[in-house]
Design a protein around this ligand. Structure first.
Ligand code: NAD
Length: 394
C-alpha cells in the first residue's frame, strides 16, 4: 500500500514503518555519538517503552550504557490492510538494531496496569535478564482498570475549581479561538489520580521486590511535567497535575521500601515535547509552537532523546544530580528559564491566525507531530508501495 498520514484531530491513525525505523535510528545515532554513560544501568525495565520519553529511555539505556532492556507497551500490530501503531514499528526497529549490536532485549505488548502483565514480566525476567537495576515508569494512558477491584477509571484533562478559558490552536484548520474547559468534578479528579498517579508504579515495584528481582542499589524513576504560568491552569494546577503530585507521594513511599536494597526512587521533571500524549492536551500545541520558536532561537531546543540523555548523565548517573527542594530530578531548567518563559508569554499575547507562522514555530511543531508517526522523514519515499507488515513480531 501507499502509506500517507491520516490525521484525525490531534491523532494520526496510521504510521509508516520505514519512517518510524528511521526515527529510532536517528535517536540511537545521537546516543552513540554522546559516548558511554559512566556507571550506567545494566538491566533495565521500561514501562511505556515504545514512544516518547519511554522509547528514548530504552535507547539511552541500551545504546548509551550497553544495558539489556525489557520493555512493556500497549501497541497495535499491523494487518495486511492496516498499518501498525507507531510504537509497534518503533519497537520492531529498536529490536532489530539492539539485536544487531548484540544487546539483549525483550518486549511485552500488553496492559501494564494488569496483574497478568506484571506476572508475564516477572516470568520473563526470571527466565532471561534477571534482577533489574533501573525501572523507568513512562506510561501515559487515558484509562486504567484497577486490578484489585476490576473497576475502570478514565483520566480527564480539566482545570480544578473554576472553568479555564484560553487561546487554543486547532492544528487541523490552523484557527486560533478561545477554548473553555469546565472544571473537573471531585470524581474526575480522583479518577485521573487513579490512572496517572503513583499507585501502579508502587504495585510494579512491590511485585518485583517480592520476587527478588530488584538488584542492590536499584533506581526507579517516573516522569512528570511542571511547566509555568501559561500551562498551570490546564496542567500543573489541573487534574493531571494532581495525579503527578501523587507521584511525589509514591516516590517517597517506594524510596522507603527500597532502603534495605540501598535503592532510590525519584520523580524526574522533563520539558514539554511533542508526543502522542502531549498533543492531546488543550493549549499545549500552541504553547509548544511558541516554545520551540523561542528555544530554537536561543539554541536550547531539545526533543525526547536530548532530554533523556541529560537525565541519565546529569541526574540519574551523576554524582551531583540536579535536584529540587522536594528531591525531584530536574531537566526542565532550560524551558523554565525566566527569559524563555517571559518571551513565550509575550508571543502568546500577540499570536493570532494572521501571524501564526511568523511568531511561532508551528511548522516545526507540525513536522515533529507527523514525525511521531514516521511521516516527513528525509530519505523515505512516501510514494513507494510499502508493506505495513514488519519482519519482527513481538
Ligand atoms: P507517549 O504517549 O509517547 O508514550 C506512552 C507510552 O505508554 C507508550 O509506550 C505506550 O505504548 C505506553 N502505554 C500506554 N498505555 C499503556 C498500557 N495500558 N500498558 C502498557 N503500556 C502503555 O507519552 P509521553 O509523552 O512520552 O509520556 C510519558 C511520560 O512522560 C508520562 O508520564 C508523561 O506525563 C511524562 N511527560 C511527558 C511530557 C511531554 O511533553 N510529552 C513532558 C514531561 C513529562
Amino acid at each position: 500500500m501507499i502509506i500517507k498520514p491520516k490525521v484525525r484531530g490531534f491523532i494520526c491513525i496510521n504510521a509508516h514503518p520505514q519512517g518510524c525505523a528511521a526515527n529510532v535510528h536517528e535517536q540511537i545515532a545521537y546516543v552513540k555519538a554522546q559516548g558511554t554513560v559512566a556507571g550506567g544501568p545494566r538491566n533495565v525495565l521500561v514501562l511505556g517503552c515504545s514512544t516518547g520519553y519511554g522509547l528514548s529511555s530504552r535507547i539511552a539505556a541500551a545504546f548509551g550504557s550497553g544495558a539489556s532492556t525489557l520493555g512493556v507497551c500497549f501497541e497495535k500490530p499491523p494487518t495486511d490492510a492496516k498499518t501498525a501503531s507507531a510504537g509497534y514499528y518503533n519497537t520492531a526497529a529498536f529490536h532489530e538494531e539492539a539485536e544487531a549490536a548484540g544487546l539483549f532485549c525483550q518486549t511485552i505488548n500488553g496492559d501494564a496496569f494488569s496483574s497478568q502483565c506484571k506476572e508475564q514480566v516477572i516470568e520473563a525476567l526470571k527466565a532471561g535478564m534477571g534482577k533489574v537495576d533501573l525501572i523507568v515508569y513512562s506510561l501515559a494512558a487515558p484509562r486504567r482498570t484497577d486490578p484489585a477491584t476490576g473497576e475502570t477509571y478514565s483520566s480527564v484533562l480539566k482545570p480544578i475549581g473554576q472553568a479555564y478559558t484560553a487561546k487554543n490552536l486547532n492544528t487541523d484548520t490552523h484557527k486560533i479561538a478561545p477554548v473553555t474547559v469546565e472544571p473537573a468534578s471531585a470524581e474526575e479528579i480522583a479518577a485521573t489520580v487513579k490512572v496517572m498517579g503513583g499507585e501502579d508504579w508502587e504495585l510494579w515495584i512491590a511485585a518485583l521486590k517480592q520476587e527478588g528481582l530488584l538488584a542492590e542499589g536499584c533506581k526507579t524513576v517516573a516522569y512528570t511535567y511542571l511547566g509555568d504560568k501559561l500551562t498551570w491552569p490546564i496542567y500543573g494546577h489541573a487534574t493531571i497535575g494532581k495525579a503527578k503530585e501523587d507521584l511525589d507521594r509514591a516516590a517517597a513511599a517506594i524510596a522507603q521500601s527500597l532502603a534495605g536494597l540501598k535503592g532510590d526512587a525519584r520523580v524526574a521533571v522533563l520539558k514539554a515535547v511533542v508526543t502522542q500524549a502531549s498533543s492531546a492536551i488543550p493549549v499545549m500545541p500552541l504553547y509548544l509552537s511558541i516554545l520551540f520558536k523561542v528555544m530554537k532561537e536561543q539554541g536550547s531546543h531539545e526533543g525526547c532523546m536530548e532530554q533523556i540523555q541529560r537525565l541519565f548523565t546529569e541526574c540519574l548517573y551523576s554524582s551531583a544530580p540536579r535536584l529540587d527542594a522536594v528531591g525531584r530530578l530536574r531537566v526542565d531548567e532550560r524551558e523554565l528559564d525566566p527569559a524563555v518563559q517571559q518571551r513565550v508569554e509575550v508571543l502568546w499575547e500577540q499570536v493570532d491566525e494572521s501571524n501564526l507562522f511568523e511568531l511561532t514555530d508551528f511548522a516545526g511543531y507540525n513536522a515533529e507531530f507527523l514525525k511521531l508517526f514516521g511521516f516527513g522523514v528525509s530519505g523515505i519515499n512516501y510514494d513507494a508501495e510499502t508493506s505495513p507488515l514488519v519482519e519482527y513480531d513481538f
